[in-house]
Design a protein around this ligand. Structure first.
Ligand code: UDP
Length: 442
């Protein structure tokens, strides 16, 4: 049976919104790059492939970028592939291996590999009916890496993009690299989010580094007035009073360490300052490509129940409704604006869009120095970095400092916004990827 593909509906957006945010040189470079991309891909489609129409960083990134390509007259489309629960359990494992995380230490066996390939063969069949030779494909993350050979054979220009990586190569990461490398051999280019994530054994001439970005004008990031923030939050009931809020927004993933955030807050923040902790994430089951979420949630809730009542009452675990994407995004936006401190205590992180989102809202951030977080936050300028992501005391003390020292919090917030404006907005990403595609087509 050929797979059922989900094409995500997108509305074009005018790049003109960015004119006032950019200096003249960046503005002209961005419009010029999109014009060149439009000319180079005229009559063809740029397909983005991933595994889920919503939830997580890749979906967020595509939602931030494609509307501007459409607005520039480029035929950009986004298709999410189909897979069984077993397929997604396996790709989740690949995902963790790429992060260097190897909880069960077992080797991937041939049967798993065959199942991965046969699921992707079904998807490739359905995709080939829609794609034409000369189209461009940007395939995101390990879930779709195995599609590269079939789409190259079909005559497409194919870019594979890897959003995850390990700060240090490890046996776990190497296992994933060895498994995926053969699929990527025919790719025209392989894009990583950070230089440190580039694998061993790739042809350097085909490797590019493009850090992710956020869209300043999306429902997630656009300016909100106080009434809208209050209104959105009233519906959730998560911050019912004027007390300071410490916030982490994440999928329910072990590597985001929600239990560590809870314990760090309970042991090292709550005794020293007023305030609440909000751990917010998607409604469980809404993100279909992550089979581990229910278990992570169950453990978190069990740990929360064990806390003494006094501190438990100050910690809110919030599953945000996912039925309406804009509503979910506005809620996250409002929560981030409401927070005095935004934390991202990840044990590993590809890039960490939640960090960029908070920084853009001039929130001071306390985050682990892992993955792309260290690229975004300059310690002491745009936030506070915690070197050891397992160090609950250091984490708690950094949060306490910001809750107690408003001037410091404000200064870091201003530095944070400045950093995102200069490095991590959609305009920069649009320029870089457009230049790459134009180059490949040439
Ligand atoms: N997100 C969301 N609602 C949630 C949880 C997360 O919209 O309930 C968004 C979050 O705002 C961010 C993205 O999902 O834009 C997560 O990206 P990130 O790079 O932080 O982590 P990933 O999920 O890709 O590991």
């Amino acid at each position: 049976m050929p797979a059922e593909l989900t094409q995500v509906e997108l509305e074009p957006a005018p790049l003109d919104r960015y004119r006032d945010l950019l200096d003249r040189q960046d503005w002209e470079a961005t419009t010029g790059a999109l014009r060149a991309l439009g000319a180079a891909t005229s009559g063809h489609v740029i397909w983005n492939l991933n595994s889920t129409p919503r939830g997580g960083g890749v979906a967020e990134l595509l939602g931030a970028l494609l509307p501007y390509e459409l607005g520039a007259g480029i035929d950009a489309r986004w298709v999410a592939i189909e897979g069984s629960p077993d397929f997604f359990a396996f790709t989740k494992r690949l995902h963790r291996l790429l992060h260097g995380d190897d909880p069960d230490g077992t080797q991937v066996d041939d049967e798993e590999k065959r199942a991965y390939e046969s699921t992707l063969a079904e998807n490739a069949e359905a995709l080939r009916k829609r794609m034409r030779p000369g189209d461009v494909v940007v395939a995101h993350d390990p879930q779709v890496a195995g599609l590269v050979p079939a789409l190259k054979e079909h005559g497409c220009t194919v870019i594979w993009r890897c959003h995850i990586g390990a700060d240090q190569p490890s046996p776990a990461a190497r296992q994933a690299w060895d498994l995926l490398r053969p699929y990527l051999a025919p790719a025209d280019a392989i894009v990583f989010s950070r230089r440190a994530y580039v694998w061993e054994g790739l042809d350097n001439a085909r490797v590019e580094v493009i850090p992710p970005c956020i869209d300043a004008f999306s429902p997630k990031n656009r300016d909100l007035d106080q009434a809208t923030v209050d209104d959105a939050l009233r519906k959730t009931g998560v911050a019912p009073d004027g007390l300071p809020v410490v916030l982490q927004v994440s999928r329910w993933d072990r590597l985001k360490d929600p239990v560590g955030v809870l314990e760090g807050f309970a042991e090292h923040v709550a005794p020293g300052a007023e305030g609440r902790l909000v751990l917010a994430g998607p409604e469980i089951k809404a993100v279909a490509d992550d089979p581990e979420e229910p278990e992570v949630w169950r453990r978190l809730e069990a740990r929360w129940r064990q806390l003494p009542e006094e501190v438990r009452g100050r910690i809110c675990l919030a599953q945000l409704p996912m039925d309406d994407e804009d509503e979910n995004a506005t809620l996250v936006n409002a929560l981030q604006r409401r927070a005095q401190v935004v934390v991202q205590k990840s044990l590993a992180e590809g890039f960490g869009l939640t960090v960029a989102e908070a920084m853009w809202k001039a929130r001071p951030v306390v985050a682990s120095r892992v993955g792309g977080i260290g690229d975004q936050v300059e310690d002491g300028v745009g936030g506070i970095l915690v070197d050891d992501p397992h160090d609950l005391r250091a984490f708690g003390e950094a949060v306490l400092r910001l809750l107690r020292d408003r001037q410091l919090a404000e200064r870091l917030g201003i530095g944070a916004r400045q950093r995102i404006r200069s490095e991590f907005l959609a305009s920069r990403h649009l320029r870089q990827q457009a230049a790459l595609i134009v180059d490949l087509i040439r």
